[in-house]
Design a protein around this ligand. Sequence first.
Ligand code: ADP
Ligand code: F6P
Length: 324
Amino acid sequence: MANEINTIGVLTSGGDAPGMNAAIRAVVREAIFKGKRVMGIKRGYAGLLQEEIYEMKAIDVSEIIQRGGTILQTARCKEFTTPEGQQKGADICRKHGIDGVVVIGGDGSFRGAQKLAAYGINTIGVPGTIDLDIACTDYTIGFDTAVNTAMDAIDKVRDTSTSHERCSIIEVMGRGAGFIALWCGIANGAENVLLPEKYDYDEQALVNNIIENRKKGKKHHIIINAEGIGHSISMAKRIEAATGVETRATILGYMQRGGAPTARDRMQASVMGAYAVDILCEGKSNRVVGEKDGKLMDIDIDEALSMDKSVDDYEFQVCGNLSK
Ligand code: ADP
Ligand code: F6P
């Protein structure tokens, strides 16, 4: 076989996500099962350029399937966005005998993997991000845990919101994407959900909705605000002034990135990580692993990065209908 894979590198890059450890474990164990050597690369592309590389044995990934975060650490690395950095990264892989690398991360990390492939190192991307914003796949590792964490937190804010008869604006993560916000909107029964993909910035409509709900006898009013819209604290002040209803903002923040992965994230991470090794060993490169219609698949990174993804129109419509 051209480009026979004997040694596989694995790294996590970009924002961490619950389930990344399960994916690392799957890469290491599947590769060893296939008789390959595995090298862990610490701190994403930054660690690659610093040669923070060590051999991983099956025992090194014991006790991690249930843990949040990433034992390999993660980082963002500016140097790797330059051609010089990418060439250096590929040379370091060759120096350490690494024939192929599994990159666990989001879109940005896949751009890095694409460059590494262009410099002659076989690469496979595994989608790891709480944001669910990778277009080529229906699922990204970390989303299920993050959305459940956010849902639990919003339930708690709602208790105090109801006791005090307040309006609560709760900001959830998602970078430029509204998937966490939409899912929580439906799962928490929020009165309003503001998504970057859909919001018309009509604050008067929000104000009217709060006043109408008060007249109907609702004791709380939950507004889920996606990170891509932001400004939750100033929005709360404006809404309180316009409605006369005490309004508080809560920004959930990084708690959404941590914690033990759910069964779904452990399962997806395990099969996606193993699949990445399988296709790497078949000689594939510059591919992203994904899930489409319940089936594992892989797709060219260039094509994957050119695709768009938006929230589902029907789900958004239902979210609004059920909050009336
Ligand atoms: P995510 O993978 O979660 O989307 P980032 O967008 O921050 O996270 O990307 C993670 C890292 O991937 C960056 O810090 C950088 O090292 C690398 N990367 C991002 N874009 C590129 C690019 N165009 N070329 C090479 N490397 C990139
Ligand atoms: O992509 C995951 C994510 O948690 C986004 O939801 C958020 O915008 C971003 O990462 C925050 O990244 P950082 O770790 O750089 O603050």
